[in-house]
Design a protein around this ligand. Structure first.
Ligand code: HEM
Length: 112
């Protein structure tokens, strides 16, 4: 199983010479890569020690960039620090709506 790394630990690696970034709940050590990054060192330093998923996606990185990332993967973000994802929230809303529709249908049938 992949190593689990907490957000608190990631936060300690927030400098140019010690640079970790979280992207899509995976932790990357891009210390060595930063000087080779086509998007420049500064864009990586801006998100050092935190979650840079939004920034990474906003740039629209290529598949090649995703291949390169794999070399710097060091572990997964600890489950406790993973934010509830949109699909899970959608499922909850879906269930709630389903229950309301079912409830209304039952009331309708019995009131006839
Ligand atoms: C391990 C993480 C990353 C890898 C391997 C990576 C790799 C690359 C590569 C290969 C490119 C060239 C264009 C492409 O192929 O898409 C690029 C461009 C760029 N990246 Fe990253 N990147 C990473 C993280 C980030 C993050 C976190 C940010 C922003 C905070 C960022 C900002 C940019 C920008 C601004 C460009 C320039 C886009 C342009 O000039 O059109 N990158 N990156």
């Amino acid at each position: 199983m992949a190593k689990e790394i907490s957000l608190a630990t990631v936060k300690q690696h927030n400098k140019a010479e010690d640079l970790w970034i979280v992207i899509e709940n995976k932790v990357y050590d891009v210390t060595k890569f930063r000087t080779e990054h086509p998007g420049g060192e500064d864009s990586l330093i801006d998100v050092a020690g935190r979650d840079g998923t939004k920034e990474f996606i906003d740039v629209g990185h290529s598949l090649e960039a995703r291949e390169i990332m794999k070399k710097f993967y060091i572990g997964d973000l600890a489950a406790a620090d993973v934010k509830t994802t949109v699909p899970v929230r959608c499922a909850h809303v879906g269930l709630a709506l389903g229950a309301i529709v079912l409830g209304l249908s039952i009331i309708y049938v019995f009131k006839r």
